[in-house]
Design a protein around this ligand. Sequence first.
Ligand SMILES: Nc1ncnc2c1ncn2[C@@H]1O[C@H](COP(=O)(O)OP(=O)(O)OP(=O)(O)O)[C@@H](O)[C@H]1O
Length: 254
Amino acid sequence: MIEVFDLHKGFNGEEILKGITTNFERGKTNLIIGTSGSGKTVFLKCMLGLFKPEKGRICYDGEAYSEMEEEEQRSLREKMGMVFQGSALFDSMTVEENVMFPIRMFTRQGKEEMLEKANEAISRVNLENANKKLPSEISGGMQKRVAIARAIVTRPKYLFCDEPNSGLDPKTAMIIDNLIKEITEDYNITTVINTHDMNSVMEIGEKIVFLKNGYLEWEGDKTQIFKTDNEAVTEFVYSSNLFKKVREAQLKGL
Ligand SMILES: Nc1ncnc2c1ncn2[C@@H]1O[C@H](COP(=O)(O)OP(=O)(O)OP(=O)(O)O)[C@@H](O)[C@H]1O
């Protein structure tokens, strides 16, 4: 579980996160949503330890990051997996080499052992036949699978995904969402996903945190989000034409 208490983060005197308190449970897909510029990425980067908050605490399974020794912080970071926006694969490396990269970077294991772990992760994302291919030789959806395999190859306790669906067609996006959800449950990971995608909210939103201008405006789950009368949330949810029409039909009792 990740617990966040009164988190503040700013840049050059401008406060971006203005006191966020929430928690993300283990084994669940937790989503951070909100309008552009509301601070979602800054929040994610604070949890990853890439930004140092000015105030507040982030606890990982009860341990506050800011109170850990440097060595403990380093070992915690090794328990974090990250799926970057746009996959961020190394173009000149094969699928297998991309997936093996974090084990090579962070551990001292023999080639055989690294290969075994890489292949286990590759098979978990159902990409068995693509080991020797380069990223340019596979589809966008397959590239996302490689990015997920790379993020889980070290068996992280915490998984962070920044817009894992960007650039994918709706069907592939849904498959990727469900893959992340399955892995979260199977490996009992605390997963936090930054997204704009209402389809993801409906499909895998077990906990949703809605940010507005650096504040936590609302939190709940995928059924509650369609029932809330919070204006900022409904504006966000019904910003697409499709959802607007569904809403109108609901209100008319159709
Ligand atoms: N390293 C940085 N230095 C200065 N300002 C930053 C930095 N990172 C983010 N910001 C500012 O913080 C604010 C929130 O940015 P953030 O990227 O978290 O928004 P977001 O909610 O993720 O938006 P989007 O959905 O468009 O990605 C923006 O005004 C941005 O310019």
